[in-house]
Design a binder for this molecule. Structure first.
Ligand code: GSH
Length: 290
């Protein structure tokens, strides 16, 4: 299916979507310029409307359109870009077989992998941590509009009940949220340990796995777990996070696309405070360290 285009690369995405950030950081790392089309998510439901479904029938962002051909899924996009331009910009997937396998395993753990339930890997746990924000944004729309749109237009049967539930409650159920916090704590203990090799990046050299961690750590900041990244409890992460932030791709792929509605939402939910579940986070870190 060819899609109308006027630039070689066009990206359909939303500023503060983790998977869109993956694609944009990847594009920046590969030195590829593109035209971005903003697709509204929870607060407008634009992704569920016909115009976007004609581009991506799954109603998910991002979609990369290369010369009119769509590529769905942020990880497929990273792989596509890296094989298209192996010698341009950063190498995202190492040539060495053992390293390549290691990077792929990390990417699987850090991605929004539809093959696992929400909260079953680090990437989807971070998405779970964002449900407080998603609930706030969904509440900008009348309840019945959200129910109607998600029931009749959202192709993912797994996600629909979650969106409707958080819209009805105005927040995620507390016990469920704490499970996400716990999985994120487990992931942070794993990352801290992994970084003890003392090299600059998670698999040694910069790779696709670092692309993913840039937005996952950025999301920790947005959900008011920012102090975790500066804590002496995680000395390796404390050195690693600024290294990701200093890359131009952090600005080009993440900061330049911050959404005003997310800024407003963060302020309304947390102000300058830490996330109310920060205590649970640290007690889970201690548990996983034993
Ligand atoms: N595995 C996909 C996941 C894409 C995805 O879940 N995107 C989210 C935003 S980060 C989305 O479109 N959410 C809208 C919805 O599910 O209604 C990828 O990595 O691209």
């Amino acid at each position: 299916m060819a899609i109308e285009y006027n630039q070689e690369f066009e990206l359909y995405g939303y500023g503060e979507s983790l998977a869109s950030q993956t694609a944009r950081v990847g594009l920046a790392e590969k030195d590829i310029t593109y035209k971005q089309h903003r697709v509204g998510l929870e607060s407008t439901g634009e992704h569920l409307q016909k115009a976007y479904k004609a581009i991506n029938p799954a109603s998910l962002v991002p979609t990369l359109v290369h010369n009119g051909q769509p590529i769905y899924d942020s990880i497929k996009i990273l792989e596509y870009l890296d094989s298209l331009a192996p010698n341009q910009g950063a190498k995202l997937y190492p040539a060495d077989t053992a390293k390549n396998t290691e990077v792929r395993a990390l990417v699987k753990e850090f991605s929004l992998d539809e093959g696992v339930g929400i909260g079953e890997n680090f990437g989807t746990s971070m998405a779970g941590l964002s449900t407080q924000m998603l609930a706030y944004l969904l509440c900008k729309r009348p309840l019945w509009t959200v129910i109607w749109d998600y029931l009749t237009k959202h192709p993912s049967r797994d996600r629909v009940p979650i969106f409707i539930l958080v819209r009805i409650l105005g927040k995620p159920p507390g016990f469920k949220y704490r499970q996400f916090v716990s999985s994120v704590a487990k992931g942070m203990v794993f990352i801290e340990k992994k970084l003890s090799h003392g090299n600059g990046f998670i698999a040694g050299e910069y790779s696709a796995a670092d692309v993913l961690l840039a937005q996952l750590f950025h999301r920790l900041e947005i959900t008011a777990f920012h102090k975790v990244l500066q804590s002496d409890q995680f000395p390796n992460i404390k050195l690693y996070w600024p290294r990701l932030q200093q890359r131009e791709s952090y600005k080009l792929g993440i900061l330049d696309f911050e959404e005003e509605e997310w800024r407003e939402c963060k302020k309304a939910l947390y102000g300058e405070d830490e996330n109310p579940d920060i205590g649970h986070f640290w007690s889970e870190v201690n548990r996983f360290r034993q």
